[in-house]
Each structure stands twice: as C-alpha cells, then as structure tokens.
Design a protein around this ligand. Structure first.
Ligand SMILES: *Cc1c(COP(=O)(O)O)cnc(C)c1O
Length: 228
C-alpha cells in the first residue's frame, strides 16, 4: 500500500469511529481531499484509492491540475479566498464553491456559470471565531446574504463553511463548530451541508454535524509553501 492509500485508510477509520461515537451514519460524512500545493500525481494516487472530491485554494494551480487529470472522474471544490477577477474561471471549472462570503461574488458566479452545467453548489463561509484576519462573513451578515443567494440563478445554496481559529482545546473546537450548525439551523432554509473539520478537528466537527470534512495534511502530509 502506498503512503497516500494508507493515509486515506486511516482518515476513513477516524471518520468511521467519530460517526459511530456520535451515532451518525458514516456515509453522511463526505471526505473532501484538500490537495493544494500537492502535485497532480498525488491526486491520481488518491483517486486510485477511491477518492473523488478534491479541494483547491489557488485558481491557477487548480486549473493546471485539472488539465493534467482530465482523464479522471474528479469532482472539484474551490475552497480558497475569491477575488472578483477569478469568478469566471471558478464558475466554469468547479462543481462546488465553499468560500463565498459576499454577495458580489455570488452574483458574479451566478452570472458566469455556464447554462449547460448543473447549478453550482455554494457554501457561505462564516467567520465564527471573530478573528479580524480571517475571511468569511460575520454571523450578523449571514441571514441577508443567504436570503439573497437563494434568489440567484445557476447557484444552489447548500450550506455553510467555516475555518475556526486553530486550537487543540476540544471544548473550544466544539463551541466554534456548534455555532456554525446553529447558524445553519437558524436560517431555516433546509440547507443540507456543513463544511467544517480539518485534519486536527475532524472528530469534533463530525460530532457537531459536519457533512464535508476538508482534509489535507492527514492525507497528503505537511505542505511546503515554498514549492507549490
Ligand atoms: C488547507 C485547508 C484545509 C486542510 O487543512 P489540513 O489541516 O491540512 O487538513 C481545509 N480547509 C481549507 C479551507 C484549507 O485552506
């Protein structure tokens, strides 16, 4: 077994145990492999081991890998910060966008999503930890943003995404992740998706209702930002 295949088996086991501990169905937790900074060959290996969904943060890097891997049946998720001048390519080349945090970006994605493709799946990114530096709308901005996005064509609002402040304290992890679930439920829009949980906090995230866990390091090893 290759290292990536071994890592996938270990992460699946963590997901299985966490789902069982929270009395949730294993199949209700999607594994989104975060492949930023990793070569196309690593994605090919993960695909061979059974993964289909891959998350990328940097547009040009993602487009290069998509071209290299066009022979595979992959589902691409954009999970990084979005600048206005990138929305057209994102609308054309991804199935999901997890990081929409303002209406202007949603409007551009709606206008630029090609009509022959299925609706673009959207998660609204919410800043639940209140750090000034992080992207994401505030909990106060969320209801109006969500309402507006449900009105846009060619988009399907699926749920919420968050990147909480990193902490190893389990109680703090749970508090931030529970907040996202409560915000989702309070919208009362029947949203089926909570994109939360990374390598360090996937157990807490599954306990709080995550339907996508976004896992990079635990699958592909540490990232080297010097050599993307
Ligand atoms: C990099 C990244 C991840 C993966 O984080 P790991 O700690 O490596 O599992 C998840 N979500 C987002 C938005 C990321 O940018």
């Amino acid at each position: 077994m290759s290292t990536i295949a071994e890592n996938i088996a270990k992460v699946r086991e963590r997901i299985r145990e966490a789902a069982q501990a929270s009395q949730r169905d294993f199949a209700s937790v999607g594994l989104l492999a975060v492949s930023k900074t990793k070569p196309a060959a690593a994605i090919r290996e993960a695909h061979a081991a059974g993964l289909r969904d891959f998350g990328e943060n940097y547009l040009q890097e993602a487009l290069n890998k998509q071209a290299e891997l066009a022979d595979l049946d992959l589902i691409w998720h954009f999970i990084g910060p979005i600048q206005s001048n990138k929305t057209k390519a994102i609308a054309e080349h991804f199935a999901w966008v997890h990081s929409v945090d303002r209406l202007k970006i949603a409007e551009r994605l709606a206008a630029q999503r090609p009509a022959h493709l299925p609706a673009l799946n959207i998660c609204l990114q919410v800043n639940v930890s209140g750090e000034a530096s992080k992207s994401g709308c505030s909990p106060e901005q969320l209801p109006a943003l969500a309402q507006a996005v449900t009105q846009l064509p060619h988009l399907r609002l699926r749920g919420l995404m968050t990147i909480p402040e990193p902490t190893e304290d389990a109680a703090q992890q749970h508090a931030a992740l529970a907040r996202l679930r409560q915000l989702r439920d309070a919208l009362d829009l029947q949203l089926d998706t909570l994109s939360m949980g990374m390598s360090q906090d996937l157990e807490a995230a599954i306990d709080e209702g995550a339907t996508w866990v976004r896992i990079g390091t635990a699958l592909f090893g540490a990232r080297d930002y010097g050599q993307p």
